[in-house]
Design a binder for this molecule. Structure first.
Ligand SMILES: [Ca+2]
Ligand SMILES: [Ca+2]
Length: 309
């Protein structure tokens, strides 16, 4: 390529980077991020590392006893790629050893080894986002997806998503989530800076489904002084409760917690969540990127290492 061509391309790349930066939240901090792609200590005790700002080592346990030597990461989920992206190096947390979905069954859990959220400041707004794929059952009834002592995003009695703070305050999505053996993107956002009106949003998406708002609700903030303080109340459990009795029977991937310590920026909006979804699904073809326009081009550039996150 001739130098003069590079001179024309570079400003375009910089412009696209600026567009993506503007599209991303200026304030949200990715606190926990589990891609389940590899063990940090292969063959020892099934530990994976969170790459979020809060750090954190998570152990994948098959039961309440010590970690099993058998891997709970997988490169094949229902016969296709193990992770959401479908890439060969993309694995997911394999909970299909669960005896069933939710209440009355047992199965694996991922928990942060430090068993504490200390070091994570109180957040005014948060987003919990994850992908799940059921094993053989459609309903995700009463399965645990993500919970700490303070804040949680789980499945309710009819497969709706429930969002809770401090166990006492809980709101429910208006519709059930679920699909048999297909990846489903789920996100719940909470904005504690909203004094009145709805402060919780539930979103859904998929590999071929844009992120959309399912429903909104008002979380009663009176029981926890207005903030979801993450500074106390124990550690994080993913895919189950600590005693292994509320399993998600299937696969989990890209489990993330975003937050902000002041303002509403930790509650990602629909467009931000759609960019997140697009960055995690299988790479679009060049023609698909052209159809998507700037966003698609940016995703290709990001995946190919030409632009930073
Ligand atoms: Ca993964
Ligand atoms: Ca199973």
């Amino acid at each position: 390529m001739k130098p003069q061509n590079n001179n024309r391309i570079l400003p375009v790349l910089l412009q696209l980077c600026a567009v993506f930066t503007l599209a991303s939240s200026a304030h949200a901090v990715l606190l926990f991020d589990l891609d389940f792609n590899s063990y940090s200590n292969p063959g020892t005790n099934n530990r994976v590392q969170s790459t979020g700002a809060a750090g954190g080592t998570f152990e994948l346990r098959r039961s309440t006893t010590a970690g099993s030597a058998a891997s709970l990461l997988t490169t094949t989920a229902n016969g296709v790629g193990g992770g959401v992206s479908g890439r060969a190096d993309d694995q997911s947390f394999n909970e299909t050893a669960a005896t069933g979905m939710g209440t009355g069954y047992t199965g694996p859990v991922a928990y942060n080894v430090a068993n504490t959220m200390s070091g994570v400041a109180a957040q005014t707004s948060v987003t919990i986002a994850a992908w799940f794929k059921t094993d053989s059952t459609t309903s995700i009834t009463s399965a645990r997806l993500f919970e700490t002592g303070n804040i949680s995003m789980n499945s309710a009695a009819s497969g709706e998503i429930t969002f809770s703070v401090n166990g006492a305050n809980s709101v429910l999505s208006s519709a059930a989530y679920g699909a048999t053996q297909e990846w489903v993107f789920v996100a719940a956002t909470f904005d504690g800076s909203i004094a009145s009106g709805n402060n919780v949003n539930f979103y859904i998406g998929g590999l071929d489904r844009e992120v959309s708002l399912v429903s909104s609700a008002r979380m009663n903030q009176s029981n926890w002084a207005g903030l979801p303080a993450l500074t106390s109340g124990g550690g994080i459990r993913i895919g189950n409760v600590g005693n292994n009795t509320r399993p998600f029977d299937g696969y989990l991937d890209n489990v993330q917690l975003y937050g902000e310590t002041s303002g509403g920026g930790g509650a990602l909006g629909r467009d931000q969540l759609e960019l997140l979804r697009l960055s995690q699904i299988p790479e679009p073809s060049t023609s698909a990127a052209l159809v998507l326009g700037g966003v698609g081009t940016m995703l290709l550039l990001r995946r190919r290492g030409l632009a930073g996150r």
